[in-house]
Design a binder for this molecule. Structure first.
Ligand code: TXA
Ligand code: MG
Length: 352
């Protein structure tokens, strides 16, 4: 097993040494834990793809200390010359307002970034994480760190240090324990075109509406159309538990019990519901199903924080099949973060 270490000065020094020598470290961030390596060293980056069994067409994000576009350009991370003056001003506004934090910005790639990091694309995703341990490590190493979520490819992203050790075992030299992740789902990935068109490639904590407010510009959501930028990592099935997870077409009280039980065919099942009231409703009913819910008190942010932890717990619960009631329930509302969570739940599951 990999070593999980509290983030003392000694542990940070050790982690920085491992990274400079081309090794891999489990990195706490505010979104999810990352599997970090030297982002400008092709061999170190190759080690990430191997450890995760990640397909080589799926580009990695570079993590940096908070900074402006001129500094990214000076270090050869991005190529600001390819951006129009309007796009440059827009990026500076985005970075000043959203960094450090859960926003990845996809920009023209600079000459220092190896092909392998971006899977050959001429753009690069960059993010300055807000977690103090991530910032302390970045400051010590002094190079950008490539860090995808620290799960095996296609699995649920880890939100604790123990999850990382479970997922990756010996494939990571050490894991810095920064506690449970505050946000709980991956960063919003925002593509900025050379003339300043904004497209959300992966929804997240920074919602499209918040980005419109911040920039005063329209923000598109990626539709996967040929003429739009794409995120090669956004395959339909992703972030999934090992146990099959089925999305119910309606809440249990609106479904025919015989039909559902026939479908379960005697398998042990658990049902994910979205608040305490729904859990009480299932418990009080005749359904032979254990309700599981995220104790978020009607709060979407807290639901996000608990989502992956709960999916992991369900995966270990001994259930042979998992059901999920439709998300979001009326009580949670349907704002931009609900959209991001629904996206993750859809990718983790199959339709009924
Ligand atoms: O919150 C996060 O972003 C976490 C933490 C560790 O920072 N990282 C993370 O990385 O989620 P990963 O590799 O699991 O997801 C990165 C996503 C993938 O869907 C990838 O395809 C997309 O970002 N991406 C990266 N670079 C891109 C680029 N140049 N163009 C389009 N999509 C890109
Ligand atoms: Mg990932």
């Amino acid at each position: 097993m990999s070593r999980v270490l509290p983030p003392t000065d000694d542990a940070l020094d050790r982690a920085a040494r491992v990274l400079r020598e081309g090794g891999r470290v489990g990195l706490p961030t505010e979104t999810v834990y990352g599997l970090a390596a030297h982002g400008l060293d092709p061999e170190a980056v190759a080690g990430i793809y191997a450890a995760k069994h990640r397909p080589s067409f799926n580009p990695l994000i570079l993590h940096v200390t908070p900074r402006d576009l001129a500094s990214l350009h000076a270090d050869g991370i991005t190529d600001a010359d390819r951006l129009s003056p309007e796009a440059r001003a827009l990026v500076d506004r985005l970075l000043a307002a959203a960094w450090p934090g859960p926003l990845t910005v996809v920009l023209p790639r600079g000459p220092a970034v190896p092909d392998l990091t971006t899977a050959g694309l001429d753009t690069v995703g960059v993010r300055a994480p807000a977690h103090t341990v991530a910032q302390a490590l970045l400051a010590r190493v002094g190079v950008p760190l490539a860090a995808p979520s620290a799960n095996r490819s296609g699995r649920i992203s880890p939100t604790t240090a123990a999850d990382v050790a479970d997922e990756l075992g010996e494939a990571v030299a050490l894991v810095l324990d920064g506690g449970p992740c505050e946000v709980g789902v991956e960063s919003t990935v925002l593509h900025v075109s050379e003339d300043g068109v904004l497209t959300v490639l992966r929804p997240g904590h920074w919602t499209a509406d918040a980005l419109v407010d911040l920039t005063g510009q329209p923000v598109r959501r990626s539709t996967g159309h040929a003429e739009q930028p794409r995120s090669p990592g956004m395959t339909a099935r992703h972030y999934a538990p090992d146990t099959p997870l089925l999305r119910l077409p309606a809440t249990l009280d609106h479904l025919d019990e015989d039909a559902v039980l026939a479908r379960l065919d005697g398998r042990r099942a658990a049902v994910l519901v979205w608040d305490a009231a729904a859990a009480r409703r299932v418990s009080a009913s005749d359904w032979p199903l254990e309700p599981v819910f995220i104790d978020a008190d009607g709060d979407l942010t807290a639901t996000a924080r608990g989502l992956y932890r709960t999916l992991r717990a369900l995966d270990r619960s001994g259930a042979e099949v998992l059901l999920a009631e439709p998300f979001p329930p009326d009580a949670l509302g349907d704002d931009g973060l609900a959209y991001a969570l629904r996206d993750r739940i859809r990718r983790a599951s199959t339709a009924w």
